[in-house]
Design a protein. Structure first.
Length: 228
């Protein structure tokens, strides 16, 4: 009896152990599938007709959302982008697509939405002179950046800043900006940002995956990983 009872106990322990093992395996498989799904979850953007820096056939695509009133965007462009350009953009390893996410003026409840005006200005430059004119004016506006809590990117100021940019006709630029001819393009960019869940600037995506920090080392590591 004792042996039989012991045998039953052993069988009970064996059954329980087997069930636990099965449960642990199922949990591991579920976690692995969840991790895999998370890793492959990437945002999708419509990049047709957007300004591009770099070779069109570069294997890695950076999508950068910026607001011209954003101090961190200025830092990204002036402190980190030169290194990224020399190491990745100019060498054909990656290209950068610029999109606008003007929100700071609205968030600060400023009387004039100069975040939007600045975005419209670079889009007017793009209409006339393509990606190069867009990039030239973008850098000039960032250099002229004022306080994010004050209105500084007025249409008048933006016309002055664009006056010396190669590839831009001042009269045509003024008409474009005054008539809000690129407002729809800016709004389309903003809608893409909102759809992707962008909640700040600069927001940098590498092949559709959001990079958690915008410094050159982190973005560069993301480019290297995407290129593998």
């Amino acid at each position: 009896m004792t042996r039989l009872q012991g045998s039953n106990q052993n069988r009970t322990v064996l059954v329980i152990g087997t069930l636990i093992a099965i449960a642990l395996i199922a949990l591991a498989l579920f976690a692995a599938r969840g991790k895999s799904a998370q890793q492959t979850n990437a945002a999708s953007f419509n990049l047709a007709g957007q300004p591009v820096a770099g070779q069109a056939d570069a294997p890695v695509t950076l999508v950068v959302f910026e607001d011209f009133k954003c101090p961190n965007c200025k830092r990204f462009e002036e402190e980190f982008m030169p290194e990224l350009r020399s190491k990745y953009i100019d060498t054909g390893k990656a290209k950068v697509v610029s999109l606008n996410f003007p929100f700071l003026a609205e968030s600060a409840r400023l009387p004039v939405d100069d975040s939007k005006f600045a975005a419209q200005a670079v889009e007017c430059a793009y209409v006339q002179g393509g990606s190069e004119a867009y990039d030239r004016l973008k850098q000039i506006i960032f250099r002229a950046q004022g306080s994010e809590s004050e209105v500084w990117a007025t249409k008048s100021r933006l016309k002055d800043l664009a006056g010396s940019v190669e590839g831009i006709d001042p009269a045509k630029f003024a008409t474009c900006l005054d008539n809000d001819e690129t407002a729809a393009a800016v709004e389309a960019d903003k809608q893409q940002a909102e759809k992707a869940g962008v909640n700040g600037t600069p927001s940098v995506y590498v092949n559709g995956k959001l990079v958690q920090s915008y410094d050159a080392a982190t973005v560069g590591a993301a480019i290297d990983a995407a290129a593998q």
